[in-house]
Design a protein around this ligand. Structure first.
Ligand SMILES: [Zn+2]
Length: 310
């Protein structure tokens, strides 16, 4: 079934059977349903209860299509999950939990948890980057005084004086000129930290393009150092404009949509923005929805884990 618009998606996923059929195609593309407990392929479908039943002898023999995914244990209907995934995967600047709460009629707290579980599913497996790769680090986050006292970060890197009153988190971004972007939270931008990530993320013959920060010097890659002061941001065809553009999109999303973000959740917002960047061209809305949900399987994010993130 080809769905072209949000309106078509709303109608399609309003039917519970369509949601179940979609989940089966997403989780088991070969059509063979596997028991999340024992991996057996003998489960039979019980249409009235909308559950599978595994023939093997073990607890949790009956399972829904949510079991073993980020949706497990959620009382929110699949039709709402799949709809919010469509919206989050296709919007330009993110969606606030207030907006989701209003749109589908759940509490803001449930919506906030829901969006974080979807970001968990959006997380891509790390890839080896090739060709011309721009690397740059950014400080993102909000003003400490906008945060609730109990939520203000403490400890190294968050000294109010050192960061000018800002609860800033440092993120390293690696952007493949012809392809994808990957982000990672870093504690500092020392040579050891930067080299370790670059050496494990870039193919040996990749060309690394960075600004003049000394921490990038001396990796095993061919390195073009763009000096912002003298070269007008480009050295021949090399520049770091693409990664800088990514940072401005991330900052715009944080400022415009999510407003007050705790540093411990920034990795999730960077994941969301990287997802958006990586499917920006050549994808239909339905394909973005599908890619956004690619990681639901085998991932879990409980509320306790989410709020205890450090
Ligand atoms: Zn089983």
């Amino acid at each position: 079934m080809i769905l072209k618009t949000l309106q078509e998606a709303i109608i399609h996923f309003d039917n519970p059977q369509n949601c179940i059929d979609y989940m089966i195609r997403l989780r088991w593309p070969d059509g063979v349903v596997r028991c999340p407990t024992c991996d057996s392929t003998t489960a039979t479908w019980m249409p009235r209860r909308r559950l599978f039943q595994c023939k093997a002898k073990h607890p949790r023999k009956q399972f829904s299509v949510k079991v073993g995914t980020v949706f497990e244990d959620s009382p929110i209907a699949l039709s709402k999950w799949l709809l919010v995934a469509w919206m989050l995967g296709n919007c330009r600047n993110g969606m606030s939990s207030h907006e989701v709460a209003r749109t589908i009629g759940i509490t803001q707290k449930s919506a906030w948890f829901m969006l974080h579980r979807l970001r968990e599913a959006m997380k891509a497996e790390p890839q080896i980057l090739t060709g011309v790769v721009e690397a740059d680090e950014a400080f993102v986050g909000g003003k400490i005084q906008n945060m609730h006292k109990r939520k203000r970060p403490v400890g190294a890197g968050f000294s109010k004086r050192a960061t000018g009153g800002m609860a800033k988190t440092m993120i390293l971004g690696l952007l493949e000129r012809a392809g994808i972007v990957q982000t990672e939270i870093i504690q500092n931008r020392n040579k050891e930290v930067l080299h370790e990530i670059i050496n494990r993320s870039l193919a040996a013959d990749a060309v690394l393009v960075t600004d003049e920060h000394h921490g990038y010097k001396g990796t095993k890659h061919y390195h073009v150092n763009v000096n912002h002061g003298f070269d007008g941001y480009t050295v021949g065809r090399y520049h770091t404009n693409s990664i800088e553009n990514f940072w401005s999109c991330l900052k715009r999303m944080l400022k415009g949509t999510y407003i007050s973000v705790m540093p411990k959740h920034l990795a999730a917002y960077a994941t969301e923005q990287a997802f958006r960047f990586n499917v920006r061209r050549g994808f239909t809305e339905q394909q973005r929805h599908h890619v956004a949900l690619h990681g639901i399987q085998g991932r879990r994010l409980t509320y306790a884990e989410l709020i205890s993130r450090v």
